[in-house]
Ligand binder design. Structure first.
Ligand SMILES: [Zn+2]
Length: 290
């Protein structure tokens, strides 16, 4: 078998090169490339310094999401919505609208469960958490959008990735996708807000302007990244409505997770076991020939 593989090496290289052109996969070698779910949160978006922002809205949809979609449309901005199954099942019209308007609908579990030890001990519960929401999202897919998962509270376990990547339906997901901006509230030495997290702002009873200042300062420092917000409180709407025209005027570009190139390394074509690897290395030839 080994000699046969070596004999067909030039053909295998040609196939691999063609595959790489068509799939536009990165040329860097990636471990565990067939695993859509990763063993830890994916923290490196690669957007810092690029003046590119990927807005993500978690925990919805809610009564405020329609107005948020209006605001995004007014600013010609596409975003990613990490929806909960418990909410998505009551907001079919909103999910359809998100897809129609070019936003990416992503999976944030069924009921915002903390996916810790209990779910490691009961894989069927884990599959249910992600599978029930997947069914709601997939019903609206068909526009070729990618599938993304974000873990509630960022809680994740290595074994979860193994369980989900063995699932024929759910292994299509890239995740868990973390964030760069909006993770926590902090202050500088003068006591000025340095960074904000919207849920924390509202629990402190801050005005939208105050919270938005923290987001804007963190964005200005990092000059790009995946931004975490939640479309379940009216104050977030007011905040984002004020922020977006300023960011657009400053030259920021807005993308969905489908356009974040660093996530490409975790994708492979559905139904195929084509690994991502660099062209011409013996290991990738063997894998291609299999
Ligand atoms: Zn959440």
């Amino acid at each position: 078998m080994r000699s046969k593989i070596l004999a067909s090496a030039p053909a295998a290289v040609a196939v691999l090169v063609l595959a790489m052109v068509f799939l536009a996969v990165p040329t860097t070698r990636v471990e565990n490339a067939n695993a859509y779910f990763q063993p830890t949160n994916i923290r490196s978006s690669g957007l810092a310094g690029t003046k590119t922002l990927a807005l993500t809205f978690d925990d919805g949809p809610s009564a405020f999401t329609a107005e948020l979609l209006d605001i995004l449309a007014e600013n010609n901005i596409k975003a990613t919505f990490f929806v909960l199954g418990t909410r998505a099942r009551h907001h079919d019209v909103l999910i359809a609208r998100m897809v129609r308007e070019g936003h990416v609908v992503a999976n944030h579990s069924y009921n915002h469960a903390q996916l810790g030890r209990r779910y490691a001990a009961s894989p069927e519960l884990l599959i249910e958490q992600i599978g029930r929401t997947d069914a709601l999202i997939s019903a609206h897919a068909g526009n070729g959008q990618g599938y993304y998962f974000r873990a509630p509270y960022g809680v994740w376990r290595r074994v979860h990735a193994e369980v989900l990547n063995a699932d024929p339906v759910l292994k299509k997901y890239v995740g868990p996708v973390y964030w760069d901006i909006g993770g926590e509230t902090s202050f500088d030495d003068e006591g000025e807000v340095r960074a904000s997290a919207d849920w924390d702002c509202w629990s402190r009873d801050w005005a939208p302007d105050m919270c938005g200042k923290g987001y804007m300062r963190e964005i200005a420092r990092k000059r790009g990244g995946i931004v975490l917000m939640h479309d379940i409180r009216e104050r977030t709407l007011h905040m984002i409505k004020a922020m977006l025209p300023v960011l657009v005027a400053e030259g920021y570009r807005f993308v969905t997770l489908d356009e974040v190139r660093s996530l490409d390394q975790f994708r492979t074509p559905s139904g195929e076991d084509v690994p991502v690897a660099d062209a011409g290395t013996p290991s990738s030839n063997v894998l291609m020939a299999r």
